[in-house]
Design a binder for this molecule. Structure first.
Ligand SMILES: Cc1ncc(COP(=O)(O)O)c(C=O)c1O
Length: 373
């Protein structure tokens, strides 16, 4: 007897396409037999994590027969002090991806709509679809605008209906790198009905702060329906340990907590995050490196006649002026992994994570060779 598992699956899951991560180095090594590979495909910190975070995490391994603190008390206390909020406002996640999913699971049903922009982070439609909610995609800013392909908040406001339960805004956005200025964002949040949560995804906020992009955290007391998500995966260099969190009203955190797995952030991850938060100098070095290297990377690309989208993050989205896929493949064959973004509706663009100076030089060499083919 054969079972129709597809028919058995939840409706939202039947047509779900799994998230496509950046190609791992080990996969390219296996496929092409290359040994010298650099990965600029997943917006990780090229300096790696704080050494204090690594040591602290390693020291917890002898305790790993025990479950971690399911409520993440110490990490929440550190985050609460860091942000000047009550610990009850925090929800911890297995990466901020987990937090985005908790929001959809806690607040959305098949009767609801989830609103986000075209070219916004790929996880938003996935979490909506998985719970059977309807995704509403607002058109992005035009190519000729100040923030090309970025969020158009007027277009988003027009699409809010009585069924909109969640709005996802990435500031800055991945994969474009574009951002929303504080006045525009604040005006938008103030017109969203309180029956709809506005989730401002600040995965790249530490990089963006040095470009003058504000955080929405300061408005939490004014807007009860605001949720801000953060991650330790990017500027803190802990992507492999999976720690993210949200800051919201305690009532919202309480509901998210009801659908959260009991031990979703593991023991070394909690310890590493606390140590990373305390290592302000590693964070400052990471942001400074990114500022300098992003400017050089953009300049090198412009010298080659390639335009880039404005970026306040640790990556740049480059316009190849033609189908980017063959260029991506040619760069890949030279041992450099970047990210094609055709799945984001940007078939001519490649997203390149800002690396160290030698990594960026290697990328530019590979790009030069690829462009000559
Ligand atoms: C805008 C944005 N939000 C959230 C995430 C999720 O990151 P993590 O689950 O590692 O915290 C990413 C990762 O690339 C991202 O780009």
């Amino acid at each position: 007897m054969s079972c129709d598992f597809l028919a058995m699956a939840a409706p939202g899951v039947r047509n779900l396409m799994p998230y496509q991560p950046g190609k791992p180095e080990s996969e390219l090594r296996r496929e092409l037999g290359l040994s010298d590979i650099i990965k600029l495909a997943s917006n990780e910190n090229p300096l790696g994590p704080s050494s204090a975070a690594v040591q602290t995490a390693a020291a917890t391994l002898s305790e790993c027969a025990r479950y971690p603190d399911g409520n993440g008390h110490e990490l929440k206390a550190a985050l609460a002090a860091h942000h000047g909020v009550d610990a009850a406002c925090l929800t911890l996640g297995n990466g901020s991806n987990d937090v985005l999913e908790l929001l959809a699971r806690a607040f959305c049903t098949s009767a609801d709509q989830v609103l986000f922009s075209d070219h916004a982070f790929a996880v938003y439609p996935l979490v909506a679809q998985a719970v059977g909610a309807e995704s509403v995609v607002a058109p992005a800013s035009g190519a000729g605008q100040a923030m090309p392909y970025g969020h158009d908040l007027a277009a988003m406001a027009d699409r809010i209906s009585h069924r909109t339960r969640l709005i996802f805004l990435a500031n800055p956005n991945n994969p474009t790198g574009t951002w929303i200025d504080a006045a525009t964002l604040e005006a938008f949040v103030s017109v969203v009905p309180e029956t709809c949560l506005v989730v401002v995804d600040e995965a790249y906020t530490q990089y963006a702060a040095s470009c003058g992009v504000s955080t929405a955290l300061d408005w939490l007391t004014r807007f009860p329906n605001l949720v801000v998500t953060r991650t330790f995966s990017k500027a803190y260099g802990l992507a492999g340990l999976r720690v993210g969190y949200s800051v919201s009203r305690p009532e919202v955190a309480d509901l998210m907590n009801r659908v959260r797995q009991p031990f979703n952030v593991n023991l070394p991850a909690q310890a590493a995050a606390i140590a990373a938060l305390a290592d302000a100098s590693h964070l400052a070095r990471s942001v400074e490196l990114n500022d300098v290297q992003r400017a050089r990377l953009v300049e090198s690309c412009h010298e080659r006649g390639l335009s880039s989208l404005p970026s306040a993050a640790n990556f740049v989205c480059l316009d190849m002026g033609r189908d980017a896929q063959p260029i991506f493949q040619a760069i890949l064959r030279r041992g450099v992994i970047v990210r094609p973004v055709a799945n984001y509706g940007l078939p001519n663009h490649l997203r390149v994570t800002v690396g160290t100076e030698p990594e960026n030089i290697r990328f530019i060499q590979a790009l030069d060779e690829a462009l000559m083919l």
